[in-house]
Design a protein. Structure first.
Length: 339
């Protein structure tokens, strides 16, 4: 199942919001296996509950909107009083990136109980204006992107923080202070990919974000610079990222450039550059055979094979009002828990 944000225009001109759910196993049926979970806000991030897999936490990007939802009954269950970017851990705690509005954009991870939503404390991200975080090393380490906030502020970085001690293990600073580190993907062996927007205060029509890679084999953390003609065209926000670990391929979307790019994780070589109308989210299917991309106009999803990086025509699903937001996730649920 693929989940992602959606919105539609009502007859009176107002906007309605929902999480779109597509059952890829049912694609080809009359309804394309499409379901919609109504929301009171425009969602940015969906986080599965590892204990109750039919439930998910849904979060607004910048704002107070957050709730727990049931993907089978298609109902919102209860609000969540926390930040808008979150990671639900196997230990039953909710970790949310937060920024203190203190002029320095100091970053924190807020912790609350995933069952009761009780506040359990907080700890520093060791950077400014955090955006995304992931658990790695079997849950022993948190990997966090820190965008840096205003251009004159702290340098953008990725920090590795020990789960038990909450102490800084390692900080990787970006070579350029002009990017705002956004979403990340980490492979099992430790390959790191970060996609970035332009730094706060810079014009998105002239300033680039881009893609950064780090392989444990060479230890270098590189903002990709070649081929120059392609990299210089990736203006604005490079939004979503996914790693095909089997083939060592990184896929990324840059909406303003109307671009989907594919990179070799080991060599950093560009493997593919494909034009598409406002691509947004990217994820992999559960079997690893396809990259799934979402688009905002017209709202639809398409699949690209991971072995040949070619579009699969039969699985090009178009439906108004769906998958027109930012990020999408692969959400594996047994058939008994599907709507």
């Amino acid at each position: 199942m693929i989940l992602g944000p959606g919105r539609a225009r009502q007859p009176d001109g107002s906007a309605s919001h929902h999480t779109s759910i597509i059952d890829l196993d049912a694609v080809g049926d009359a309804e394309y296996g499409l379901y919609q979970l109504p929301l009171e806000f425009y969602d940015h991030r969906i986080v599965p509950d590892p204990v109750n897999p039919e439930r998910a936490a849904v979060f607004q990007k910048k704002g107070p909107g957050a709730c727990e939802a049931d993907t089978k009954s298609l109902e919102g269950l209860r609000p969540i009083q926390t930040a808008s970017r979150c990671l639900l851990t196997r230990r039953g705690a909710l970790y949310a990136t937060e920024t203190i509005l203190d002029g320095q954009s100091t970053g924190l991870i807020a912790v609350c109980d995933a069952r009761t939503h009780t506040n359990l404390g907080q700890f520093p991200t060791y950077g400014a204006s955090p955006h995304d975080c992931r658990l790695i090393d079997g849950g022993k380490t948190r990997c966090i992107t820190n965008g840096g906030g205003p251009l004159e502020g702290a340098r953008p970085c990725v920090t590795y923080v020990d789960v038990e001690s909450e102490e800084l293990i390692k900080k990787l600073e970006f070579a350029s202070p002009r990017i705002d580190a956004g979403h990340l993907a980490v492979s099992v062996r430790g390959d790191l990919t970060v996609v970035s927007a332009q730094r706060d205060g810079l014009d998105p029509y002239t300033a680039a974000g881009g893609v950064s890679l780090r392989s444990p084999a060479n230890g270098c953390f590189l903002i990709l610079q070649q081929p120059q003609a392609v990299v210089s065209s990736l203006l604005g926000d490079t939004l979503s990222v996914g790693i095909d670990e089997k083939n060592g391929v990184v896929a990324a979307t840059t909406p303003m450039a109307n671009a989907r790019t594919f990179w070799d994780m080991a060599s950093t070589e560009l493997l593919g550059y494909y034009r598409a109308n406002n691509p947004r989210g990217v994820t992999l299917t559960a079997d690893g055979r396809f990259f799934v991309f979402s688009y905002e106009s017209p709202p639809h999803i398409s699949l690209i094979s991971t072995n040949k990086l070619e579009k699969v025509a039969v699985l090009d699903v178009q439906r108004a009002g769906m998958m027109n937001g930012s990020h999408i996730i692969n959400y594996g649920l047994p058939s008994s828990l599907r709507g």
